[in-house]
Design a protein around this ligand. Structure first.
Ligand code: SF4
Length: 83
């Protein structure tokens, strides 16, 4: 399934970078300290996805409190996910 807007999907193409003909990533997510171009606000204080309704499938599948979530929080110096 194509997810970018220029391919019939909902994810704004301008916020993505094409990696291969079939794979794209969100702009900014390949930086040493990643920050998605769609992210608004200040990480650790008040942040939100600016394209929440149109976010791509990996974002929809990312679970709060998962191992990946905890690794991401640790990289940003944040405490473990609050349960
Ligand atoms: S949920 Fe939104 S802000 Fe977070 S990585 Fe996905 S598109 Fe970017």
């Amino acid at each position: 399934m194509q997810e970018r807007s220029d391919q019939g999907g909902c994810v704004p193409e301008g916020l993505t970078v094409e990696v291969t003909s079939t794979i794209s990533r969100m702009r900014g997510t390949d930086h040493a300290l990643p920050r998605c171009a769609a992210l608004t606000g200040v990480v650790g204080k008040h942040a939100a996805c600016g394209i929440y309704e149109w976010r791509p499938s990996p974002c929809r599948e990312f679970a709060a409190g998962s191992e990946a979530c905890e690794r991401a929080r640790l990289r940003r110096g944040l405490a473990p996910y609050p349960w």
